[in-house]
Design a binder for this molecule. Structure first.
Ligand code: IPE
Ligand code: IPE
Ligand code: MG
Length: 262
């Protein structure tokens, strides 16, 4: 199945990145489907449909760039506020995309994981996510986490509740919780911190995505609506990332040399 390995699109070469390392974990808020469609006289649902190929191309581009973890926001715990028709479409669509694409992703060596809450999420979506995770469990090229019915605050609340329950059973001492320990109780505990956080469509907000995990992420807000997003847009963001100076609170004293006579 190696022949299905993602290859560069003809005529599209990966740029030379900056001096810093490629991000180990890229998180993307796939935003702008509805506006993209409405601007073309189409319904929001048509916009979601157009996002499928963007996702596939971005996964291929991430593999080419050497990114090991890609986490994408597909449906938030707040998205239930949308019209019943749109919610229904999105639920069914998640099932369809996973079914249509899992073999291709599997052939690329992608490990598919799900992060999100069970309550309220359609059983068919959970089953499909779990089947895809099972099929691809041994893959090592890239971990693709699909965030479906995901919200960062509730993920933290769920973790705290689990910790409190353990403490009540005497399995944990009150006062013994560390940052590492809290992270272990998250749904997405197998992921490293987010290095690069991308949002498409020009919106400049986090919208409850990976708050804890993105504490020191580099942010890129790209104008491109998600249906027009591609591996090239991803590479542009990675290129930007590799030219940034990540200090994590530290500092280096490097006074510029002043020329004589000044
Ligand atoms: C992102 O696009 C996809 C989902 C939230 C499922 P939107 O549907 O939010 O599109 P806009 O932001 O309304 O254009
Ligand atoms: C965030 O986008 C959720 C997903 C992309 C799945 P939204 O479009 O729902 O976010 P807001 O409402 O503009 O903040
Ligand atoms: Mg949106």
């Amino acid at each position: 199945m190696n022949d299905l390995k993602p290859v560069a699109k003809p005529g599209v070469a990966m740029p030379k990145f900056g001096t810093g390392p490629v991000p180990a974990h890229v998180a993307i808020v796939m935003d702008g489907n509805g506006r993209w469609a409405n601007a073309r006289g189409l319904t929001r649902i048509e916009g979601h449909k157009a996002g499928e190929l963007a996702l596939l191309d971005v996964v291929a581009g991430a593999i080419q760039a050497g990114v090991k973890n890609l986490t994408v926001f597909a449906f938030s715990t707040e998205n239930w506020k949308r019209s019943p028709e749109e919610v229904r479409f999105l639920m069914g669509y998640n099932v369809d995309v996973l079914r249509r694409r899992r073999d291709q992703l599997n052939a690329w060596g992608v490990r598919i994981r799900w992060a999100g809450r069970r309550p309220r999420l359609w059983g068919s979506v959970i089953r499909e996510l779990e089947a895809a995770a099972q099929l691809t469990a041994a893959n090592k090229t890239l971990t693709l986490t699909m965030c479906v019915n995901y919200g960062s605050r509730i993920e933290l609340v769920d973790a705290v509740n689990e910790i409190v329950a353990k403490a009540a059973r005497g399995e944990l001492k009150p006062g013994s919780i560390t940052e590492k320990n809290l992270t272990k109780h998250l749904n997405s505990s197998y992921l490293p911190d987010v290095d690069l956080f991308i949002r498409s469509s020009g919106e400049q907000r986090i919208s409850n995505f990976l708050l804890w995990q993105s504490a020191y992420a580099e942010l890129v807000f790209d104008q491109t609506p998600w249906p027009d997003f591609s591996r090239e847009t991803l590479w542009k963001a990675i290129s930007d990332f590799t030219n940034r100076d990540r200090r994590f609170g530290a500092a280096v004293d490097k006074p510029a040399k002043r020329s004589r006579g000044k």
